[in-house]
Design a protein around this ligand. Structure first.
Ligand code: F6R
Length: 264
């Protein structure tokens, strides 16, 4: 795991946007895994800005969103599809056919969830999965005690998530059901970057990085992946025991990389 601690969240946004820009330059048809929520909003604004300036061309990029509420219409302002089009897709030159969301309808859900994972696989897998994190350590909507071997499926949301996400959809029959990529789906990505902001995420970040892997803190499973970056602000990093160590590693990264290159 590479832990990158930035003085404030604007620098986190700079860093993640740069990562995405570099990836798309290197692989114009990159496959991205995308989150919703408050945390990535500034990242999407930054990416839109880069798209408008011609620094990123999204025309061949493919995307897969992490999750969606069950039985919610795409034009419902509470849906993640609505969020993604409003906050990102409507403002970049991505092709509609390259945008993918987990199924929302519960009819044929098992089959459609399998298809979702299969589509990812058929495109060669997710090149870069971008994650936010819940205060309870959920990634996607893999709530505590989710199977670490799970694929895309229906999950029941915890009371805490329902409260934090302020979920009370008018006319939606099953507001506590969501469809999410599973933990194994997430871990199958080639690279993963998790971003977090603020003190409210500090405990979850500590559990993710420095405590044993376990289903009570689903994000801790990221310790099992070879290429994970955790990019966070000082406040989200405030409970990390080895904070200074992570900072030292990062400050010497260019030097150490050059040294290893020279010696090998
Ligand atoms: C949403 C998602 C969730 C959020 C998490 C944090 O697609 O996957 O795991 O990333 O709930 O949400 P915010 O960023 O609103 O704190």
């Amino acid at each position: 795991m590479e832990i990158i601690i930035k003085d404030n969240f604007d620098f986190v946004v700079e860093e993640i946007a740069k990562e995405i820009e570099n990836l798309i330059k290197e692989k114009p048809n990159a496959v991205l895994g995308l989150p919703t929520g408050n945390t990535p909003l500034k990242m999407y604004s930054k990416l839109i800005e880069k798209g408008k300036k011609g620094e990123i061309d999204f025309s061949n990029v493919r995307t897969f969103n992490l999750d969606e509420y069950a039985e919610i219409k795409a034009d419902d302002p509470s849906s993640f599809r609505y969020y993604m089009f409003q906050n990102f897709f409507n403002h970049i030159n991505i092709k509609k056919e390259n945008i993918h969301f987990p199924p929302s309808e519960l009819k044929n859900i098992y089959e459609n969830c399998k298809k979702y994972d299969k589509t990812i696989e058929n495109l060669g897998g997710i090149d870069l999965m971008i994650l936010g994190i819940g205060r309870n350590g959920h990634i996607g909507f893999n709530e505590p005690t989710s199977s670490l071997d799970s694929r895309t499926r229906v999950k029941t949301l915890t009371e805490e998530t329902l409260k934090i996400n302020n979920i009370k959809f008018e006319g939606v029959k099953y507001p506590d059901l969501a469809v999410t990529m599973g933990i194994k789906t997430i871990l199958s990505s080639k690279r993963i970057i998790l971003i977090a902001e603020g003190e409210g995420k500090a405990e979850a970040i500590k559990k993710t990085v420095e405590e044993p892997v376990g289903a009570m803190w689903p994000s801790s499973v990221l310790q099992m992946h070879e290429k994970v970056k955790i990019i966070i602000d000082e406040k989200a990093a405030s409970k990390l025991k080895l904070k200074d160590y992570y900072k030292r590693i990062y400050s010497r990264k260019v030097y150490v990389d050059a040294l290893l290159k020279e010696k090998n």
